[in-house]
Design a protein around this ligand. Structure first.
Ligand SMILES: Cc1cc2nc3c(=O)[nH]c(=O)nc-3n(C[C@H](O)[C@H](O)[C@H](O)COP(=O)(O)OP(=O)(O)OC[C@H]3O[C@@H](n4cnc5c(N)ncnc54)[C@H](O)[C@@H]3O)c2cc1C
Length: 453
């Protein structure tokens, strides 16, 4: 039996499709009886974009639910260990603020860390990223979400999403939890899965390339001195290990000296890394951990590195690219690089075009002064109503996506999508039918920076 069929039968087994129980378990809305709870906004995926989206929606008074398949908020930033969000500043000026920035500042300040000098000129782009303690970020993000009144459902994912015209909702979402299948109703959905999974389940198109960028298993190593290592001998041993098959040429995109300089970190590449299904993420994690073991065993055999220690290995490989939605607007690389202003621009995005391949990356910088925009219609799946997609799966061509996918941009998109979804739920409209001026006004009120149009 196919997995999907199994789950479908499980739901039918409970009550029968279309009338499955609307559980109060993850839906503790005050005063609501079982089956009466309707969420204004259901955020699917509580990652980089989803965290900002959920907090924003709830702060606007929307009854907000997060359905997250993992164990905490933050997604790639926390579970994936990509704890260096960029870029909040462009050309010395802040261009992304709002909820993401608020959480970043709180994390840096609480942990006693420091910010880069955003006014310094001509540094490599990654030097303007903010290094965060991701463990604290996950805790603070959760605290902020709960304070705002967000209902969190970890270890859950949607199995089916269908139009629901009864009870004031637009959607019925069938959710798989560890111990049950339950249904929730929602007026608006924001897909923040990074893979456009909810958009796909709701019946709208998503696209991906035949070849996708490699992913990375982030890890930390210590207890060695790079100065004490014979670098020439190490490079020779590294070349021999690749030749013999002990290491793969894609294992270390930063090279053998790079991994030691960085203490591991963002050094590894896993080819065909894909998070779009449980099976693919499982394969990706296994392949990434095999790569990590190859690297670690090789390093430990080298002179001067015998006592090398592992500080951490993230529990999940970070994935750079899978599906993106086909939206009402597609942001192309040309639009991105020329900083095209849209009539419905809602936030900025700033990063070089950053396409990773096999064992390298060659960023393409933006022209001085250019700050690209993201529009609401790039978050609207083509032909849809009442559903938005924010974060990495925003509608864009591949090259534009390689830049739009970065964390500050994902946070800004999440917040903007949430304002649109919450207003749409209140006004009984679809996000695309709202007055864009009203969305911008509310975003500014909540400290977001909105492009002037
Ligand atoms: C190795 C690596 C290095 C990077 N380097 C940088 C960098 O230097 N600077 C930078 O700013 N960005 C960087 N990025 C990009 C950035 O981290 C991601 O693109 C961004 O975090 C994606 O945010 P998101 O909200 O779209 O998705 P995610 O943060 O991945 O969140 C998706 C969430 O949805 C959940 N989910 C997925 N499917 C389902 C489902 N079906 N049901 C329920 N929940 C689901 C996941 O568990 C996750 O919590 C890097 C990415 C990687 C992988």
């Amino acid at each position: 039996m196919q997995r999907r069929e199994f789950f479908r039968n499980a739901a039918i087994g409970a009550v029968g499709l279309g009338s499955f129980p609307v559980s109060a378990r993850c839906a503790p809305l005050a005063g609501g009886k079982m089956g009466e709870n309707v969420y204004d906004v259901a955020v699917i995926g509580g990652g980089t974009a989803g965290t900002a989206a959920a907090i924003q929606a709830a702060r606007l008074g929307a009854r907000t639910l997060v359905i997250e398949s993992g164990s905490q908020l933050g997604g790639t930033m926390t579970t994936g260990g990509v704890n260096f969000p960029g870029l909040f500043y462009a050309w010395g000026k802040q261009i992304i603020s709002g909820i993401g920035w608020e959480l970043v500042c709180k994390t840096v300040e609480t942990h006693g860390d420091s910010f880069p000098d955003f006014t310094a000129k001509n540094l490599p782009h990654w030097k303007y990223q903010v290094k965060l303690n991701e463990y604290l970020y996950a805790c603070l993000a959760e605290e902020a979400a709960l304070e705002a009144g967000v209902n969190l459902c970890y270890y859950c994912f949607p199995m089916e999403i269908s139009r629901e015209s009864a009870g004031g909702a637009n959607w019925m979402i069938s959710v798989a939890a560890r111990d049950e299948v339950f249904g929730v109703r929602a007026k608006q959905i924001i897909d923040c899965t990074g893979n456009a999974s909810a958009v796909h389940l709701a019946g709208f198109k998503r696209i991906r390339e035949d070849e996708i960028q490699p992913g990375t298993l982030i890890f930390g190593i210590s207890n060695y001195s790079l100065e004490a290592v014979d670098k020439a001998a190490l490079k020779k041993a590294y070349a021999a290990a690749i030749k013999s098959g002990e290491l793969e040429s894609s294992d270390l995109w930063v090279g053998i000296i790079g991994v030691l300089k960085e203490g591991g970190f963002n050094s590894q590449h896993t080819l065909n890394a894909n998070s779009a299904t449980s099976e693919l993420q499982t394969r990706t994690n296994i392949s990434a951990r095999k790569s990590f073991l190859r690297i670690y065993r090789f390093l430990k055999r080298q002179k001067g590195l015998e006592n090398i220690k592992i500080d951490y290995v993230k529990t999940e490989a970070g994935v750079r690219e899978t599906y993106r939605i086909e939206g009402e607007t597609v942001i192309t690389a040309e639009d991105y690089a020329s900083a095209r202003a849209y009539p419905d621009s809602v936030c900025y995005s700033f990063y070089p075009i950053d396409l990773h391949v096999h064992n390298t990356v060659k960023p393409k910088m933006l022209e001085s002064g250019k700050v690209p925009c993201v529009c609401l219609s790039a978050m609207v799946p083509k032909g849809s109503r009442d559903i938005l997609a924010a974060g990495r799966c925003v509608s864009s061509d591949r090259l534009a996506n390689s830049a739009l996918r970065v964390q500050a941009s994902c946070m800004a998109m999440g917040q903007a999508a949430a304002v649109a979804a919450a207003l749409a739920a209140t006004e009984g409209k679809s996000p695309a039918d709202l007055d864009i001026g009203e969305i911008r006004k509310v975003l500014k009120k909540h400290n977001a920076i909105v492009p002037n149009v």
